[in-house]
Every structure is written in C-alpha cells, then in structure tokens.
Design a protein around this ligand. Sequence first.
Ligand code: FAD
Length: 327
Amino acid sequence: MDSCPVTESRCCQFCPQIGVDLDLVARTLFGVSYSAEPIGEVREVIIARSRETEVRERAQYGGTASTLIRVALQSGVISTAVLAKLVEGVPQGVTVSSAKEVLDCRGSSYLVCPVLEAFHRWQPEDNDRVGIVGTPCQTLAVAHMRTCSLSAQSNISRANLVIGLFCTWALSHSFRKVLAKWAPLSAIRKTDIPPPPASVLRAYTADRCLSIPLDDVKPFIPPACALCWDMTAEMTDVSVGAAEGLEGWNTVIIRTKKGQELVRTSVSEGLLETEELPKANLDHLMESARLKKRRALQNRVRKSGKRGDLLYLKVKHDTVERILRNA
Ligand SMILES: Cc1cc2nc3c(=O)[nH]c(=O)nc-3n(C[C@H](O)[C@H](O)[C@H](O)COP(=O)(O)OP(=O)(O)OC[C@H]3O[C@@H](n4cnc5c(N)ncnc54)[C@H](O)[C@@H]3O)c2cc1C
C-alpha cells in the first residue's frame, strides 16, 4: 500500500468495495433499505428477446441489452450510451450516440472491460443524458457514486439509465495469451460459459466455436471476483442474463419504474418480445444468486479470519448468519 495524504478522494468514494453503504444505495435507488435477498429488488422477472434481426444475429443471447439501449437512445431517455466494444479482440469502454453504433457492441467479452473509464472521460453537453451497461461491480460503482459527497466531480448527475449484466466472474487480461493460442484475438466475436456439465469457456469466431477447458480458464479470474456477492447486478434499472435452457432468450429483472417503462416501450414498438419466466428458471436463478452470496461471505470470512469482519462489506449480522447457515 502506498501512503496517500488525501483524506477525501474519488478513488475511495467511487470504489464498489470500499465503504459502500448498501442500505443508503438501495434507499437512493429504490426508496427501501437493502434486503439482501438473492436477486435484489424486483418488480418483474421475465424472459425477453430482441425482435430486431440485426441485433439478434450477433447478440450474446437474445440481444435484449442492445435493444433496450437502442430504444432508450431513439426515444430520448438517453442521448449517449456507455458500452463495451471489442477492438482487436480486447474490450474497451466506448461512448456511442446512435442506435447503429450499439450494433458494434453486441456480444460479451469475459475479459474485464474498463467501461467506467469511458463514463468518466465522457464530456457531456447541455442536455446530455447517459445510459450505462455494465457488470455488477461496475453498476454498483455507478449507484454508489450517487450517494457520495464528491459526486459533483463526476458525470453521475447525467446517468439516466443503468442496465446490469448477470455475472459470476470475469477474466483478467493475462487470459489473452491463452485465447491467442486458440485463435487470433481479433477474430473472436464473443465468449460464453455454457451451464454445467459443459465445464468449458466457448469463444466464437465468424465460423468456429472453440471450447477451452474451465480448468485452463479459472486461474485468470481476478481475486476480487471471489469476494463479489452480487450475481444479478442488483443496483440497476434492469438486469439481463442468460435464460437457461431457452436458447436465444434473456432472463430480465426489472427493478425500477424507469426500467419497466423502457421494457414496455420496447414491446409496444414491436422491438422486444417478452414471456413469463418458467418457475424452474426462477428457482435456479435464486439458488445461483444465493450461492454466490454465500461463497463471497465464506471467502471474506476466510480472508479476514473473523466472522464479524467482511472486508468492507456492510451487511447486518443476522443477514450474514442467515446466508451462511442456510446452505
Ligand atoms: C464478464 C461477464 C460475465 C458474465 N457472466 C454471466 C453469468 O454468469 N450468467 C449470465 O446469465 N450472464 C452472464 N453474463 C451476461 C451475458 O453474457 C450477457 O451480457 C447478457 O445476458 C446480455 O445478453 P444480450 O443478448 O442482451 O447481450 P447483447 O445485446 O449482445 O449486449 C451485450 C452487452 O454487453 C456489454 N458487454 C460486453 N462485454 C462486456 C464486458 N466485458 N464488460 C461489461 N460489459 C460488457 C456490451 O456493451 C453490450 O451492451 C456475463 C457478462 C459478462 C460481460
């Protein structure tokens, strides 16, 4: 650790780990205290997929994230979106302002992407409003920024929409050397982790699907992911993930009124199709999210050596006990 003389700094204030008061963040976003329920605050959980062929053909699953951002841009909810774009196979944070540019950002890279760097570098003009798509840690940082005393020194007042991506873990950039052994990085369009028992990471090029054993992948998971307890990007307007067993569809958690209106507009404009989430899928999602919380707590307790010390995570003692006990 370096010794820093600054007593109040954006690096500490905006960090999604240090000093996040989940109760305050949840009250700011949803008007209620933090519940610590497995998938967070929920208005509706559904499945959805884009009706736009140009979105679907290269999307990760159903293209719901891309279509929601496109509708938000076209309807004026936002004028800019902060997304991840593969440049020579490496994901970079970019700001885009047209629905067409959103198409260049379809698909997931499992490499950690500095999305919020693009958000901070963005220089808004008078009435600009931004939408951000990011992983749970990134979207928690955005939500946290709204509650910080130094928030005026950021673009946070311009954030008008946050779409979260489900995430179990990401990969550090040293994984690029493993990927490069399988295919030129610039040829890889998206990566995916299919559900068990596959036990592989799949990397897709234009004409091939490569399967890399998870044992070769896991050493590249950043240690911070083992401490993350949020699988479904809880502090967002809408969260989007895979719909297990329903190829080409997304599971969608609608959390805020704004998120609900955006989904409704997308459906009424004929750009998004929705259906009920099968109960078995919801049960499985709840279980996966609960297990991620439990693993994170166990790893935190193991690291600190004390059940009462969760390394910056502030959660009520009885909640911790409930999650640890209720295996
Ligand atoms: C690191 C990572 C881990 C994930 N783990 C899971 C998981 O365990 N379970 C699950 O159900 N879903 C997971 N997802 C989410 C899933 O891959 C899809 O992103 C999500 O379901 C949206 O699908 P879509 O078809 O709507 O996406 P699309 O419409 O194709 O849009 C994809 C969006 O993802 C953004 N994006 C791509 N790569 C990154 C990145 N590295 N960092 C931040 N944003 C990015 C793009 O900007 C784009 O907006 C993960 C995503 C990432 C990036």
